[in-house]
Design a protein around this ligand. Structure first.
Ligand SMILES: Cc1cc2nc3c(=O)[nH]c(=O)nc-3n(C[C@H](O)[C@H](O)[C@H](O)COP(=O)(O)OP(=O)(O)OC[C@H]3O[C@@H](n4cnc5c(N)ncnc54)[C@H](O)[C@@H]3O)c2cc1C
Length: 285
């Protein structure tokens, strides 16, 4: 099936886009997390959301979830690893799944986590963003796994079941014990080592750990990796007032398009992106 659109990301911008597309009875797939966004739940007190006098992030998240459920909107729990033009529309890889859509709405937020040095250069040479896709290549090998959220611990477990040894670098507090062959490392990883293939990972204290692969399981993927050719302005996606990006048929909304990083900006842009998609679909039947 080719969806009318694919929404990537489940924060306020993605939520707003999904609500509007549902009201307009568009066929869409929404890829993100059923928990929505850490940037909603982590807010202690929100005082600038019109209509809600003072609300906690948890309460806002719950209100969003109830609205999504009441409108029978589904979130498919997958990180999208790459998007590419395909047969006049777009193909999306999400783990081992493949989806097709006529248009894309990017609502991926902004990445707070810095990339490792040489991470982009070694992508596909031992650096991977996808446990399901590439885990099998590291059966009985040694790997490093950098993990940004407890939500991905099941992927670390999956990798640990395949690999001989996992050096585990959680970037969040309170990471679980995964299994006996997983060694949790507190020191910060800084760079990927190797030329043709990954040979190790170097740490802030100067130590180098020998590994055959490095998995970066993060809440976000660099935009130029996600969709090569997308025009950026520093680290944000360049858009116009219709939320059109430099790639025809691809729209963006929310923090990923630039400051201010605010819920209502994200919600407004998500709304605009959805309406621009509806217009585009009507013009390109
Ligand atoms: C502690 C805190 C307090 C805040 N308080 C306020 C406040 O009081 N008022 C206010 O207006 N703003 C506040 N903000 C800012 C607000 O949270 C953000 O502006 C807002 O969440 C942006 O929404 P978004 O949809 O653009 O992105 P996000 O909320 O960041 O959501 C992006 C989502 O996309 C997902 N994603 C990313 N890449 C992919 C991919 N490749 N595939 C699938 N999913 C992907 C992420 O996992 C995430 O769930 C606060 C932020 C924080 C951190």
């Amino acid at each position: 099936m080719v969806f009318d659109t694919a929404i990537i990301g489940s924060g306020p911008a993605g939520i707003s886009a999904a609500l509007n597309l549902k009201i307009h009875e568009k066929q869409f797939i929404w890829l993100g997390s059923k928990d929505l966004s850490d940037k909603i739940t982590k807010a202690e007190k929100i005082m600038n959301y019109p209509g809600l006098k003072e609300i906690s992030g948890m309460e806002l998240n719950q209100a969003f979830s109830q609205q999504i459920d009441s409108m029978d909107i589904e979130i498919t729990e997958h990180m999208v690893n790459s998007i590419m033009p395909f047969n006049g529309h777009f193909a999306l890889m999400a783990g081992s799944e493949f989806y097709e859509a006529k248009t894309i709405i990017l609502t991926t937020g902004v990445a707070n986590q810095p990339l490792l040095q040489r991470e982009s250069e070694m992508l596909g040479k031992g650096v991977s963003y996808c446990a399901t896709c590439d885990g099998g290549l590291y059966r009985d090998k040694k790997i490093a796994v950098i993990c940004s959220t407890a939500r991905f611990e099941h992927e670390v477990k999956y990798l640990a079941d395949l690999a001989e040894k996992v050096y585990f670098f959680p970037t969040y507090p309170g990471a679980s014990k995964i299994s006996d062959n997983v060694e949790k490392i507190a020191e910060r990883p800084v760079s990927v080592e190797g030329q043709e293939r990954v040979t190790g990972i170097s740490l802030k204290n100067g130590e180098i750990i020998s590994v055959d692969g490095v998995f970066c399981l993060r809440d976000s993927i660099s935009l130029s990796t996600l969709l090569p050719g997308l025009e950026l302005e520093e680290k944000h996606i360049k858009v116009n007032r219709k939320m059109e990006t430099s790639v025809p048929g691809v729209y963006a909304a929310g923090d990923c398009t630039g400051r201010p990083y605010q819920y209502t900006k994200a919600v407004g842009e998500g709304n605009t992106a959805a309406h621009s998609v509806i217009e585009y679909l009507a013009e390109n039947r």
